[in-house]
Design a protein around this ligand. Sequence first.
Ligand SMILES: CC(C)(COP(=O)(O)OP(=O)(O)OC[C@H]1O[C@@H](n2cnc3c(N)ncnc32)[C@H](O)[C@@H]1OP(=O)(O)O)[C@@H](O)C(=O)NCCC(=O)NCCS
Length: 103
Amino acid sequence: MSAFISQHPNNVGRCSHISNASYAVSSGERGKHIGEQLVKDYLSKAKQLGFRILQFNAVVESNIHARHLYERLGFVQLGTIPGGFRTKDGHYVNICPYYHTLD
Ligand SMILES: CC(C)(COP(=O)(O)OP(=O)(O)OC[C@H]1O[C@@H](n2cnc3c(N)ncnc32)[C@H](O)[C@@H]1OP(=O)(O)O)[C@@H](O)C(=O)NCCC(=O)NCCS
């Protein structure tokens, strides 16, 4: 498998119209716009499913490839959560939440 996507409501109840999704492309296949196609496809699919917003909760600040991709597709950064992500070796690094409305 060269790509993985997980998609689900970001929250329950009165925020259940916000979708969340996660993406991963195999390391040897990155930079070929597979991720771009996956995100673009889900932007329209999520709208069809009735979601109104797509939100990414935990984009690591140093993940410049992912952040550049999301910003190129019109995602808006909501700020920075200091130390919001714990790395495998136990360090805490900043995360940047992003959202995209599904007009
Ligand atoms: C984020 C991710 C899904 C993007 O998938 P992708 O198929 O590489 O994405 P794209 O090719 O559409 O775009 C990636 C951008 O980084 C650039 N890039 C160049 N070399 C790259 C590389 N080795 N790896 C990733 N991106 C690279 C691409 O050219 C593109 O830049 P551009 O916008 O200037 O054209 C993929 O890098 C990945 O699986 N990363 C590890 C898991 C991860 O971080 N997931 C996201 C969590 S928020």
